[in-house]
Ligand binder design. Sequence first.
Ligand code: G3H
Ligand code: ZN
Length: 286
Amino acid sequence: MVTLKEILARASKEHWAVPHFNVSNLEMFRAVVEAAWYKKSPVLIGTSEGERDFIGLNQAVALIHSYREQYQLPFYLNADHTHSVEAAKKAIDAGYDSIHIDLSKLSIDENIKGTREIVEYARSKNSAISVEGEIGYIVTDSSKIYESVVEVPPESLARPEEAERFVKETGVDRLAPAVGSIHGIAANKPHLDFSRIERIRGVVPVVALVLHGGSGESDEQIKMAIEKGIANVHVSTDLRVAYVDALKKELAKNEYAPYKITGPALEAAKTVVAFNIDLFGSAGKV
Ligand code: G3H
Ligand code: ZN
């Protein structure tokens, strides 16, 4: 089967993006793989530290193996927003296909040091593991609906010179530069800095560029970001909102069979996954 690194290289070259969806339970996991199977799309399934604590690290790995075997499609598991070297090593040891080591809140020197340690550790265990590093920082949190306008401070954005140094000194496979998006959904739709994406693309041509904060952006902004060089887009809040809203509706009914309550929530999440697969242009790519 094609590796995640190969799929990302192809997406970068052909100007489409591999979708990344966060999941925190079996129903959401199923929603992603079933929609990706239906759309014949590669997909990255992400679990943040909290999400994988909830599902179980080894259980998340067992699930991805089981679904990959069943569907025979490039479905991969990412340890999303991993904030420490120790937690990243644990995910590598458990068998994750991909690690997002996010030390973006530290100084650039500390960020480079910790990220490089994880790149080296991953390579020593399994050369197919894809490692993502992050520079600049995102000011908000996933899963939150902000009722006010969220401003993105210019100093939070990633600088091309920093991107060049970071990639050279760490050897990451993917780079997530802050380019104006936010986690969660705000009252405004933040504007992405397309020229920054282009400039960063120009100085680090060998890595796949990642866009975090895929919820709450306009479809046009996402499409343009992909056109300018983004090859992987993360979506979490939109999926959670669809799932929880559908669940609330079912809970209001006189029904006590859990699968009958969570089934419609799974279907609602599936619709969001399918929509984004079409938006990112990854349908039919496998
Ligand atoms: O890593 C997760 C994402 O960046 C999700 O962002 O919650 O705005 O979709 P989102
Ligand atoms: Zn993110």
